[in-house]
Each structure stands twice: as C-alpha cells, then as structure tokens.
Design a binder for this molecule. Structure first.
Ligand code: G6P
Length: 745
C-alpha cells in the first residue's frame, strides 16, 4: 500500500468519527448538563426570592413585583421572569417575557426534559417553580434563562474537539504508517526470503529496512556466534560448494569486498579475422579461481594481455564477466612491452619459475627485470587500493608474479585481509638464496595475513627459508612468522577444481567423445588412446613422457599401431628462449619416436601443439583410456584432477608423477617417477590392460577425493582461517590487558 494512503485513511476515519459521533454526542451532553445546571440555578433563585415575593403577593403590588423581577435580571443569564398567580391569563412579568408563554401553558414545562423553548430570539430555558404563598396558592414563578451561551459554549467545545481530533488522528495515522511499514516490510520480505529459501534474515548485500537494522544485526551476531561455537574451525566437516563458500564470506566477513590479483586474466579478448574472440587461458590458476569468483563476485585484477582487451573495457578499465552471464568484474592492468618482458618473461619466468622448480633449468636474474617487477607490483597495489570498497577488503594475491605486492598493500590498507597463494613449489633455503632480491621478496610476502602452499613440504621449505634469511620470530608449532609487529600464518591448502566442473555440462556421452576424438584424429574406433594435456613447459616432463611411450613400444611392441599417445601442448611463454627451445625439442622427440615405426598405420605419438578450450579438453579426457601427468616438479597439477572429474563413467587410468602435488591426494593413481622410463612404460602397459573393475575401484576413490576436496573447500578453508585471524587480532592481548589493570608499584 502506498505511504500516502496509509496516512490518509486513518486521518479520514478519525475525522468522520469526529463529525458523526463526537460532535452530536458532545452537543447532547452539553445540552443536558446546562439544562440541569439551569434547573438548579432556577431553584436557587426561586428559593432566594420566595419570601420577598410572597410578601409582595400579599400586598398585591404588581409594580413592586416587576421591580423585584427587574432587579433579578441583573444576572446576565436570566433573560426574563414572570409570575402566574392563577392557572390562566397573562403573567406579571418583566417586559421581555416571551409572548408565547401564558399561564395556562405552564404545565408543558414541568415534566423533566421539556424545559427548552425555541423562541425567535434563540433557545430559552424555562423553569416553573411553585411559590409558597398563602394568599395565592396557585402562584408559580417562571424563570426564563437565555440559552444562547450554551450554543456559544458548544461552538467553542466543538472547535477544541476538532483540533483535538485532528491532532489525535494525525498521531494515529503516523503510528499506523510506522507500524504498517515495520510489519508489512518485515513480513513481506521475510515471506519472500522464505520463498527464496533464505530464511527470515536477509543476506547481506540486500538492504535491511533501516528501522530493523539493529534487531537484524543482533540476530545475525547471535546466529554467527552460535555457528562459530558449533562448527569446526577448519571447515573440514563441511560440504563445500558455491553456496557454502558464499555463506562463509557472508557470515565471516559480512562483505563481498573480495579482490583477486593474478597475472593471467580469466577471459582474454583477442582480435581475429572473424572479429573479437574470447579465449580461456590454459592455466591451472585460472581454472581454480574462476569458479571461486563466480561464487564470490568481487573484482579480479589482472594483466590485460589480449590484443582486443583495450577495446572491450569501460573507462575504468573494467569488463564484466563471464561474457554470457556477468557475475564479477575483471579490472585490466596495462603494461608496456618492456615492462611485460622484464616483469613477466624476465623476473617471474626466467628467474623465479626455474628457481622454484627443480627442472634443471638455470634461473636468470637481471636487475632491470627486477625493477620492472617492482614497478608492476606497485601498479597492481594502486589498483587494489582503488578497487577496495572498504578499508578491510579480502585480497587474494596469486602466485610468484606478486611477491612484493602483499607488503605494498599492507602499507596502504593495514586492515586488509591478504591471503597470498604460491601456486608453484617453494625451494629449500639454499636454492632460494640464489635470488639476489631474496630479502625483498620475503619481506613483501610477509605483508600477507596468510601464505598458502599446496603441500606441507613447501610450507616447511618456506619456514626454513624465512628462519635462515629474515629477522623474524618463527613459530614452528603454530606455523606462523612474526615480523614487523605482524603475524603471518603459513598453511597448506591443496588447490583443486570446481565440482562438478562447468565444461562437463557441455559433454555428450563417453561413447560419443571416444567416437568424435578418434574420427577427428583419423583413428579406428577400437584404437587405444592415452592423453597428456599441458602447457608446453619444461617442468611438465613431456619429453620424459614420450620416452616412456618409446620404452613401452620397445618392451611391448604389440601396442605399435594399436595405441597412440595424444599430447595436447598449449604454446606458452614464447618470448623466453628456454621455452622456444623446449617446444622444438618436444616436436623433434615426437618425430623421432614416430619415425621408428614407419610401418605402423597410426603414429605412436600425436602432438597437437595448440590451444584447446576447456570443453575440447574435457572431450579428450573422456575419450582416453588413460591420462599421463609426468611433471618433473609441480605445485599441484590440476590436469590430473580434471581427468578424474571428467570420468563420470568411473573408467580410465591416471598415471601421475610423484613430483606433482596431486600425487599426495591421489595415491590410487599409478604414481611414477617420470625420470624412470622403465617404470613409466610398465605403468602405461598396466593402464592399457587394467580390468574395468580395477579402473572403477581406483577411479571411485579418486573421484570421491576430488569431489570433496574441491576448489570451494580450498578457498573456504583459507577464508575461515583468515576469519579466525581477524577475530583474534581484535582481541586485546594479555600483555596489554595487564598494562591497563596494573596499578603503580
Ligand atoms: C602456472 C602458474 C600460474 C600461471 C600458469 C600459466 O600454473 O602457477 O600462475 O597462470 O602457470 O602460465 P602463464 O605464464 O601462461 O600465465
């Protein structure tokens, strides 16, 4: 109902009550009170004049009687006085005595209630009182009072009543409006929320009626406290999905001020002959974080690296994504060619990447690269500050491109919760000490509230490195580092993928995928296919993988022509010489092995050195008999988990390097040492001959793990830990409490 109606209706009702009830009631009451009053007054006057009047009657002096009456008229209310000595005839009366009253009619004024005469001058009150006179036993005194003052009083009373009713009805109308607002909004929205399945309390983000805010806040606090008391702090017993993650953000942080920072952006706009095309990068980091952002909304700050990126942003360099159903913002950061070369290709990928991976490629450090690295980190810090909507946003800093960023943010947003995740391995202190800017990097990272790694081994390495190189208090029991008056927690959070993965929704049946892939590659329908999906990176062990295939064919030649290994290799970091060399070496190793089997109808190795989008990647996973992940060193490797997630038929074998973080979580895979070609060949043979039953048993286990330890749990556990840290930091430390309470000695 509209506000004005809510106000007007009570007002009109009150005014109608005034007109139809209050006024007539007041009029009649006043009339009755005044008549009674005048009756009493008349009796009093009659009593007072009784004696002189009976004397005058006795003397028979009419003029003196009139004189007495005229004296009585000094009372302004008394209008006229008359005396009837007999039951008929004219009364002895004052001049203005009403003409229409004669002595024969006095009877009509004696019954109660018949005391008012409507004369031409206005209403008159007539009181007839017997006079106690022996000489005239029938004598009656007629006292006529002017009642026009009653009308005047009534008028006045009516006016006051009117003001009173207006004020009263205004107040009632106001109260009605307020109450109606409260209950109507509350109930309607409560009902709507219930219908939406959200319960009576609204989620944060939707506005609470201002008048309900204090109550809502108290209730929410209460619910939150109860939840805190009854939930495990690490979230280990929760089922994690998008909703759980969203709810965690809401309940623990009351906000959706979430900012992700990574180098790689989730959607790249590229110019192509057919117009602007959107590309999804081949990046484990993006695969993991994209669903998290879809759950949390917020802003993702990343390098705008696509050729059409500048054409697709707004004036704040933002673009809403996913393009078909925008949920969050990508804020693009621009770099010059020199900056990109120095920061990304140089310091990050020629320096830190080989430094952190044991892949036997020497790191290269140049001071000019580090300067660009510092400049770009500062530019991202500016963007974080600009994008933050509150003074304490949640900032998720991703990876080795941004080791300096946490400190730069902390300096400008001291209350921010900064969770830094290092997606690649962390080396031992000796290896890390190679970096000329090791102290700057460690100091930068220790600006974080939490630093996360995939494995406990990498957490230990980090703590050892800090212990060796930085002046800080390292607590090996709590796994924290305290430095510059601030604590940073070091935790293990194994990253994962969303469950169920989005690209799965677009898939046909397994049989369709097998058919489609084999037809595309010109292979017969019963051809056995193994799959490898990677960026063309030297850490991925692609050459070792090919070596294993070659060894298989040496040891089990029956597979030649009946089995092919399909390697999808997305070109990556082409500006770096080591990567270009590696791409060449991979190609020539594949050619070399294929050349060994010139008579085979189908080559042992099919190398597809091009980018494939997630839906195509999932189709290959579903078409394959096994997937081989042979990283020489890898933080986690999400391809392994994607393969498991893609196989809803519970078939397919995963062969997994013991040097990939994923091997800690998926021991049901065939775990191998990629440097051991014989062992890998045996695993390939086992995979090609494994019974459907054993495949199912292993796959079921692995699917259970990936389903439960999905990326929502990864993000959710970090957020829960950050929430606990936030709460603890708000509590007064014992030392300061003592300082306050202790009196002077
Ligand atoms: C690794 C890194 C990620 C990076 C990905 C792709 O997984 O940890 O940070 O996004 O490689 O590399 P690129 O250099 O192409 O972004």
């Amino acid at each position: 109902m509209r506000l004005s109606l809510r106000f007007l209706i009570p007002l009109l009702l009150a005014l109608a009550a005034f007109a139809y009830v209050a006024v007539p009631l007041a009029d009649s009451l006043m009339q009755r009170w005044f008549v009674r009053d005048l009756d009493m007054r008349s009796n009093l006057i009659a009593d007072t004049v009784q004696e002189p009047l009976s004397n005058l009657i006795l003397t028979g002096s009419t003029p003196r009687i009139v004189t007495l009456f005229n004296r009585l008229l000094r009372d302004e209310r008394l209008y006229a006085v008359g005396l009837c000595l007999q039951r008929r005839g004219e009364p002895v009366a004052t001049p203005n005595f009403p003409r229409d009253i004669d002595c024969s009619q006095l009877g009509r004024f004696t019954p109660p209630g018949e005391h008012v005469l409507q004369a031409s001058t206005g209403p008159l009150h007539i009181a007839v009182v017997d006079v106690d006179s022996e000489s005239a036993p029938e004598a009656r005194l007629v006292l006529v009072h002017d009642m026009s003052f009653v009308a005047r009083r009534s008028e006045e009373t009516r006016r006051y009543l009117f003001y009173f009713f207006v004020a009263l009805s205004g107040a009632i109308a106001l109260i009605t409006v307020v109450i109606a607002q409260l209950s109507w909004r509350g109930w309607v929205q409560g009902l709507r929320a219930l219908l939406r399945g959200e319960g009576i309390l609204r989620p944060s983000g939707t506005a609470t009626a201002p008048e309900l805010r204090p109550i809502a806040r108290d209730l929410k606090d209460l619910i939150r406290d109860l939840e805190r008391q009854y939930r495990p702090l690490d979230g280990s017993q929760r089922i994690w999905d998008q909703d759980a993650l969203r709810a965690t953000l809401r309940s623990e942080f009351h906000s959706n001020d979430v900012i992700v920072v990574s180098n790689r952006e989730p959607y790249i706009h590229v110019r192509s002959p057919g117009g602007v095309r959107i590309q999804r990068p081949a990046s484990g980091l993006v695969t993991a974080l994209e669903p998290v952002m879809r759950a949390c909304s917020g802003t993702w700050i990343a390098h705008g690296s696509g050729s059409a990126d500048r054409d697709t942003v707004d004036r704040h360099d933002r673009v809403a994504v996913p393009p078909d159903r925008p949920i969050y913002q990508v804020r693009r950061i621009w770099m010059t060619k020199e900056e990109e070369e120095g920061y990304y290709a140089g310091f990050a990928n020629e320096g830190l990447w080989p430094l952190c991976h044991i892949a036997h490629v020497r790191p290269t450090f140049r001071s000019s690269d580090f300067e660009h690295y510092r400049t770009v980190n500062t530019r991202f810090a500016d963007a974080v500050v600009a994008e933050a909507r509150t003074k304490d946003p949640i900032v998720l800093v991703q990876d080795y491109h941004f080791a300096l960023l946490p400190r730069l943010i902390r300096d400008r947003l001291p209350d921010a919760t900064i969770i830094t995740f290092w997606h690649i391995p962390w080396p031992n202190p000796e290896a890390f000490a190679i970096c000329p800017w090791r102290n700057e990097l460690l100091d930068g990272l220790l600006g974080s509230s939490i630093i996360g790694f995939h494995t406990q081994f990498h957490c230990n390495n980090f703590l050892d490195t800090v212990d060796r190189l930085v002046e800080a208090r390292v607590d090996r029991e709590a796994f924290t580092v305290s430095c510059r008056g601030q604590a940073t927690a070091i935790h293990r959070y194994p990253i994962s993928i969303e469950w169920p993965p989005e690209p799965l929704a677009a898939q046909g049946t397994i049989a369709e995928a097998r058919r489609a892939v084999r037809t595309r590659l010109g292979l017969p329908s019963d051809h056995r296919v193994g799959i490898g999906i990677d960026r063309l990176d030297y850490t991925k062990g692609i050459i070792e993988r090919f070596n294993a295939v070659a060894r298989l064919l040496e040891l089990e030649p029956q597979w030649a022509g009946r089995f092919s290994f399909v390697q999808i290799a997305a070109p990556t970091r082409g500006a770096i010489g080591d990567y270009r060399d590696y791409a060449v070496r991979v190609q020539s190793r594949a050619d070399e092995i294929n050349a060994r089997y010139p008579g085979a109808r189908h080559p042992p190795i099919i190398l597809l050195a091009e980018h494939h989008d997630p839906v195509a990647v999932y189709e290959y996973h579903r078409a394959a008999d096994f997937c081989f992940v042979s990283s020489l060193h890898d933080g986690m490797n999400l391809v392994a988990k994607e393969f498991v997630a893609a196989r809803d038929d519970e078939q397919g074998v995963l062969i997994l390097s013991q040097f990939a973080g994923a091997s800690r979580e998926l021991p049901e895979a065939l775990v191998v040492n990629p440097y051991d070609a014989d062992q890998c060949a045996a695993a390939l043979h086992l995979a090609l001959t494994m019974s459907a039953e054993e495949q199912r048993e292993r796959m079921r286990f692995m699917r259970g793990v990936v389903r439960e330890f999905n990326v929502y749990r990864w993000a959710g556990r970090m957020l829960l830990d950050a929430a606990v840290m936030r709460q603890r930091s708000r509590m007064r430390p014992f030392e300061s409490a003592r300082g306050v309470t202790a009196g002077p000695a």
